[in-house]
Design a protein around this ligand. Structure first.
Ligand code: SF4
Length: 333
């Protein structure tokens, strides 16, 4: 087994065939001895990126709570008594002002998230104005607004939206255990619309929903085997939300989390793998191993939509200890 994988170690992808990744291949890699897995993931990382540069994004909730979807992990679902107060769509000028501050703080990408099943036509004008405004600051733009039609995707692309985030969350097999108000196929359809409209794709998932290792591997295979893999792959660790269906979900084993990051890096060599929600529950050492295994993007700022995130001082201290630096805009993509 080791020989087989070593033989492909010089290739970009470690994919023996150059075609779609197979489950057996991915499982073999995931289950390598930890040191071998990390060595291989780091080798792929180093061949494709500056290993000491981390892309920094800032995420703003432009419309919070009251969402019609029933995602079992989310504080913003109207189906869960999480106590979160719903708000209206933010004013365009306020969003642009917040983006300006984020840029001054070193963020190169500004992500705007709305708790919607999908945007309504009446909201599109404001949303498009936000894209144009943030883009005019010289930042990359990303939005997550729920499901999109091809026409909505085209309008966002036309306004200058660089990335659209739409996570597949988990494996197709396990999806219905977590979300019942839409299907895995719906997710893939939106991702296809975003790609067809010419935008870059940000799509990842969440660990800690009660899924198996096989589900985690299947989720990464779905992403890696898209016609074009996502340029950004956020890997989240569940933050259990009181009142949500997953309030008492058991914690993810840190070694399993790092293995998943390493597999994501190997399957998607040129993607930014983002260490996303859950960093407040990760030790510095765990984050350091994630960066070594190929994570090269984080969200900065005290909050991530409605969840806590390490403060900028804490991240600056960690970057200092690890000799990491913020990735410059446009690097390696
Ligand atoms: S994850 Fe998004 S779509 Fe699902 S309930 Fe939360 S805000 Fe709504």
């Amino acid at each position: 087994m080791l020989t087989e994988i070593n033989e492909t170690a010089d290739s970009d992808t470690f994919c023996a065939t150059g075609a779609a990744w197979m489950v057996e291949e991915a499982e073999k890699i995931y289950n390598l001895p930890f040191n071998d897995l990390l060595f291989r993931a780091h080798s792929v990382h180093r061949a494709n990126f500056d290993p000491n540069a981390v892309q920094m994004s800032r995420l703003l909730s432009i419309k919070t709570g009251g969402c019609a979807e029933d995602c079992g992990y989310c504080s913003q679902s109207a189906h869960a008594p999480t106590g979160l107060k719903a708000s209206k769509l933010m004013e365009v000028e306020r969003v642009i002002e917040e983006a300006r501050k984020a840029k001054a703080g070193g963020a190169t990408r500004y992500c705007m998230g709305a708790a919607w099943r999908s945007p309504k036509d009446r909201d599109m004008e404001a949303v498009l104005a936000m894209v144009r405004g943030v883009r005019s600051l010289g930042m990359e733009t990303c939005m997550t607004l729920g499901m999109l039609t091809l026409a909505q995707s085209a309008a966002l692309a036309e306004a200058g939206l660089d990335y659209y985030n739409h996570n597949v969350d988990t494996s197709e097999r396990f999806y219905g255990e977590i979300i019942t108000t839409r299907t895995f196929a719906d997710r893939l359809e939106t991702l296809a619309n975003v790609r067809d409209a010419g935008m870059k794709v940000c799509a990842g998932g969440i660990l800690g929903l009660g899924e198996t290792t096989e589900d985690r591997i299947a989720m990464l295979l779905t992403l890696a085997n898209l016609p074009v893999p996502p340029e950004s792959v956020p890997i989240n660790m569940l933050i259990p939300i009181p009142g949500s269906k997953l309030a008492d979900a058991p914690a993810v084993d840190p070694i399993d989390f790092i293995r998943t990051i390493a597999l994501a890096r190997i399957l998607m060599p040129r993607s930014h793998v983002r260490l996303s929600a859950g960093r407040t529950d990760m030790s510095d050492e765990m984050q350091a191993l994630c960066f070594f295994a190929g994570a090269n993007s984080i969200f900065v700022g005290e909050t991530l939509l409605t969840a806590d995130n390490p403060g900028e001082d804490k991240d600056a201290a960690l970057f200092g200890r690890l000799g990491l630096k913020p990735m410059q805009l446009g690097a390696a993509e």
